[in-house]
Design a protein around this ligand. Structure first.
Ligand code: NAI
Ligand code: MG
Length: 334
């Protein structure tokens, strides 16, 4: 029986780039059955809901989801759909790998870093949000639990072992945020000792940002809390040519959602201009998660060759072609 994957084409450029990734997986010999469901603006217009129950059911039933970017309407009281999904399915680990591809406009050509971001706690837990009546004071609460910190740090070390990586750097601000970041760092040190074959490092977040820009080759796996992970992972995307090249996975105990990290790009939607690379790379992450590394590697190789040779690349990669030509160029190499 073939594996069933939930597909959310998404809004804006979503349907085109997700279709590109699916055509490429099919060509690479992946025997999946795809169940298409809707979320975001597309769902709101049809069903009156951003995240219909049928979509939640399909995500839960199949366990694996490939998702295009979703538009959350601004200023209409809707919470971010991505945040809702993370909460609903307990997707505690956000994995953001970045790898250099020759032929992009990136500053470096030797980057291979994965950020493992805790996705449910810290500054983004949404706890204790208060603004005083006169609007002169605002506060919010950051919460770190030992269980949450252990789970994410262990995840990072297990990933490092599985992928044959050498080093895990815990990024923190324990010198100032003594309680929250302090607990995270304490746990990171403890867990690190359980993995003697992997080098454990720690770095204060601001210093880590500088070092990432100056000596990115010093980093391998980064593990960090929610807010720092959000910022550091985008910084890492910038090292390899921007969000167009950066995929992300949200992983929980029973459910995983793979996505491009950029948005729905309304400015170029429907114009066949979008670079599908980050959702293609998200599908590569999905294949690795499913233990299909051979197919994942084949796709990465084909994609890298298209980008390096400049054969039918999109505008953001310095080319003059569209999503469909780019996809065709990758398919021909498979
Ligand atoms: P965006 O990432 O959609 O676009 C920023 C800029 O990058 C635009 O100029 C866009 O044309 C360009 N761009 C993005 N992806 C591209 C691609 N694949 N190829 C070529 N160019 C690309 O960010 P923006 O404009 O801030 O957000 C638009 C909408 O997307 C908003 O409604 C936002 O809420 C949503 N969004 C959804 C995300 C998700 O579902 N994971 C993540 C970020 C934003
Ligand atoms: Mg972010």
């Amino acid at each position: 029986m073939s594996t069933k994957i939930t597909v959310i084409p998404g809004d804006g450029i979503g349907p085109d780039i997700v279709e590109s990734a699916i055509q490429i997986m099919n060509k690479a010999g992946c025997d999946f059955e795809y169940e298409y469901v809707e979320a975001g603006l597309t769902a709101l217009e049809k069903t009156g809901e951003l995240l219909p129950q049928a979509t939640l059911d399909a995500i839960e039933r199949n366990g694996i989801t490939l998702k295009g970017p979703l538009t959350t309407p601004v200023g209409e009281g809707f919470t971010s759909i991505n945040v809702s999904l993370r909460k609903h399915f307990g997707l505690y680990a956000n994995l953001r790998p970045v790898k250099s591809f020759k032929g992009t406009q990136a500053r470096y050509d030797n980057i291979d870093i994965i950020t493992v971001r805790e996705n449910t706690e810290g500054m983004y837990s949404g706890l204790g949000q208060k603004v005083s009546d006169d609007g002169s004071e605002a506060e919010a609460m950051s919460k770190i639990t030992r269980a949450g910190a252990e789970r994410i740090v262990r995840f990072a070390y297990e990933l490092a072992e599985r992928e044959g990586r050498k080093k895990v750097t815990a990024v923190h601000k324990a010198n100032i945020l003594k309680s929250t970041s302090g607990l995270f760092l304490k746990v990171a040190r403890e867990i690190g000792e359980e993995y003697p074959n992997i080098e454990s490092a720690e770095m204060i977040v601001d210093a880590a940002c500088m070092r990432l820009v100056m000596n990115p080759e010093d980093f391998d796996v980064i593990v960090t809390t929610n807010l720092f992970g959000d910022i550091v992972s985008d910084l890492c995307a910038g090292l390899v040519g921007g969000l167009g090249m950066a995929p992300g996975a949200n992983i929980g105990e029973n459910c995983a959602i793979f996505e491009a990290v950029h948005g729905s790009a309304p400015d170029i939607a429907g114009k066949n201009l979008a670079n599908p690379s980050s959702v293609i790379l998200a599908s590569v992450q999905m294949l690795e998660y499913l233990g299909m590394s051979d197919k994942a590697d084949k796709i990465v190789k084909a994609l890298a060759d298209v980008i390096e040779s400049g054969d039918r690349t999109t505008r953001d990669l310095g080319g003059s072609h569209g999503t469909t030509d780019f996809t065709q160029a990758v398919i021909e190499r498979l």
